[in-house]
Write a protein that binds this ligand. Sequence first.
Ligand SMILES: [Cu+2]
Length: 68
Amino acid sequence: MKTVTYSVPNISCMHCVHTIQTELAELQGVQSVKADQTSKKVEITFDAPADEAKLKALLAEINYPIAA
Ligand SMILES: [Cu+2]
């Protein structure tokens, strides 16, 4: 089990938070997702088959790319 925190500058409202949490939760292996509107950060706890490459790819795909 691994936990990562990403900066996601595009988070601007509760709707963004909801979208991110819903989409990431559907990825196999993801245990929990906490997106925060104020800090614009997303904390994800996951296990295989999920990995960081898949998390980042999914966030980019739904228009919430992580900050470099
Ligand atoms: Cu929003």
